[in-house]
Design a protein around this ligand. Structure first.
Ligand SMILES: [Zn+2]
Length: 162
């Protein structure tokens, strides 16, 4: 992922969280080193800000250095890391940085996970409804294909409602 793509993703999260006042002045950047420390603790991201000027810098560790935890695709891990850092800005951005606290960090992770889980399932549903409407359009255009695709759509609906 390029810096430009990271910035685009970051700005879309700011917009989703109604943090428009931060969009103009926030810089998103991959860290050049594979390890980052925050208050002496290893971290995947770091955020600093200036409340009066509504400017911020969000650093994310190199994509290759992100812990994958074995199950999640790397895009999802990156998204969660980015949301975590943006939540720091949302919660603390009106004042001073809260001193490093493991339980506080864990709580932010939980909120970030819940948000990303809900966005990912929304996106999945949107994609599914796009596919369904494409199937419907195709079946109305082609009478021959209508029979088979129409039946598939019906059986899929039956499955989901049970
Ligand atoms: Zn944090």
């Amino acid at each position: 992922m390029t810096q430009a793509a990271l910035a685009k993703l970051g700005r879309s999260i700011l917009r989703r969280l109604s943090m428009d006042e931060w969009i103009k002045g926030t810089v998103f950047s991959f860290h050049s080193q594979s390890e980052m420390l925050s208050d002496g603790e290893p971290t995947c991201g770091q955020t600093s800000w200036n409340t009066e000027e509504s400017t911020a810098v969000i650093w994310i560790v190199n994509v290759e250095s992100l812990p994958t935890c074995g199950v999640r695709p790397i895009e999802s891990v990156l998204l969660r890391t980015l949301v975590h850092e943006i939540l720091h800005l949302l919660i603390e951005g009106h004042g001073e940085v809260i001193k490093y606290d493991r339980l506080y960090e864990r709580s932010i992770n939980r909120i970030a996970d819940a948000l990303v889980d809900s966005w990912e399932s929304q996106e999945c549903q949107q994609r599914m409804s796009q596919i369904r409407s494409t199937v419907r359009t195709q079946s109305s255009q082609s009478p021959r294909a209508a029979k088979s695709t129409g039946q598939n759509a019906t059986s899929a609906r039956r499955k989901s409602s049970s």
